[in-house]
Design a protein around this ligand. Structure first.
Ligand code: KG4
Ligand code: ZN
Length: 353
């Protein structure tokens, strides 16, 4: 549809509680990026409040775009890529609406991007990116998935969580321990001071066939242990041990299933992406236990950001179309994606149900 000449793509990420904006140049790499985290707004509620998230994207997105366009020293981009889903619909609509408006104003194509595809392409921002095919371990607040990535838009989901996502388990366990939101970094920090073998928490699914995950039992085990310790009056001295033992169980589960998946698919490259991919213990254990090579983006590109959407847009440039439809979908399977050029992304629309 559009030619594949060197180009600069503006990427917008607004699927949850981070407003991310970046300009990626297909020849020179990342030119500029800004990230605004709403964490302080949601902290007091112990989780993301969708209405507050949407309103804050409205407040922040345009000033951040202006700043990034100025810092990238461009007049206008060749296309605007935006996260179309999955995520919070109201939050997605802010990015989608503005992307389409900018597309009209700049007379350029707009490209809807799947948030998890953005995550799995984030290591492509690094100097030594992985070659296809590879196995992707996608671990965030909303997803836990093992995906065979055979090329851009050629994804087979090998396993996913049957209940809670691993990031959710980190967040909920942190809440039980009285730690702040988001729980992942808080647990990781506290775990440094604890004994990973102090409590033997469950590692569900490891002794079953298949590559799925389940984290609700682990969260419940933490809850029961915390209740017991509170009753005994011993919780304060045990917090670090619980954090460390929880992290150890969650990471062991992720690493064991990933290695199983790599063996089954004969893939010798694993990409770790998504917010929980910032976890140092997960990175260290995978490198230690996996015989192949492990790739991960720098920690700032593990959590939500605009750069991963901008690079996904550059790789999917031929999917760009005239700004005609506001795409914002809460649920969207990665497996419905297709390689660029097949225009499958344009069948999306705002859910009505
Ligand atoms: O990818 P992301 O920024 O947003 C979603 O798409 O969900 O992931 C956020 C999740 C949260 O659950 C957060 O607690 C977790 O990633 N997280 C971590 C770490 N940093 C963020 N979990 C474990 N260790 C970390 N260092
Ligand atoms: Zn994410």
């Amino acid at each position: 549809m559009y030619d594949a000449a060197p180009m600069k793509i503006l990427g917008l990420e607004t699927s949850c509680d981070e407003t991310g904006v970046a300009v990626y140049d297909s020849e020179r790499g990342l030119l500029a990026q800004e990230l605004y985290s709403q964490i302080d707004l949601h902290k007091i509620y112990g989780g993301v409040v969708p209405e507050i998230a949407s309103r804050d994207h409205v407040r922040c997105l345009l000033p951040l775009i202006k700043k990034v366009i100025k810092n990238a020293a461009i007049e206008s981009p060749a296309a605007v890529a935006y996260t179309a889903g999955p995520g919070l619909v109201g939050a997605l609509m802010v990015g989608s609406g503005l992307a389409n408006g900018l597309g009209l104003a700049w007379n350029c194509p707009v490209i809807p991007i799947h948030h998890m595809e953005g995550h799995l392409l984030a290591p492509m921002l690094e100097e030594d990116p992985p070659q296809y095919p590879f196995l992707a371990l996608l671990v965030s607040g909303g997803h836990t998935m093992l995906v065979a990535v055979n090329g851009l838009g050629r994804y087979d989901v090998l396993g996913s969580t049957l209940d809670d996502a691993v990031g959710e388990a980190f967040d909920k366990s942190a809440k039980l321990l009285g730690l702040g939101y988001p729980g992942g970094p808080a647990i990781a920090a506290l775990a440094e001071k604890g004994n990973p073998e102090a409590y033997s928490f469950p590692r569900p699914m490891l002794h079953r066939q298949g590559l799925d995950f389940s984290f609700s039992g682990l969260k419940t085990a933490v809850m029961l242990q915390v209740k017991k310790l509170v009753k005994e009056g011993n919780i304060d001295s045990a917090r670090a041990d619980i954090a460390s033992s929880f992290q150890c169980a969650a990471v062991d589960t992720l690493v064991t299933q990933s290695i199983k998946a790599a063996k089954q698919t004969h893939l010798n490259r694993i990409v770790v992406a998504g917010g929980v991919g910032a976890n140092l213990h997960l990175r260290q254990e995978l490198v230690k236990r996996f015989a192949g090579r492990v790739y991960y983006p720098r920690p700032e590109f593990c959590t939500d950001n605009g750069a991963m959407i901008a690079i996904a847009g550059a790789l999917r440039f031929s999917d760009g179309s005239e700004p005609t439809i506001i795409n914002a979908v809460a649920r969207w399977s990665l497996e419905t994606l297709a390689p660029p050029g097949s225009a499958s992304l344009h069948k999306l629309s705002i859910p009505t149900g």
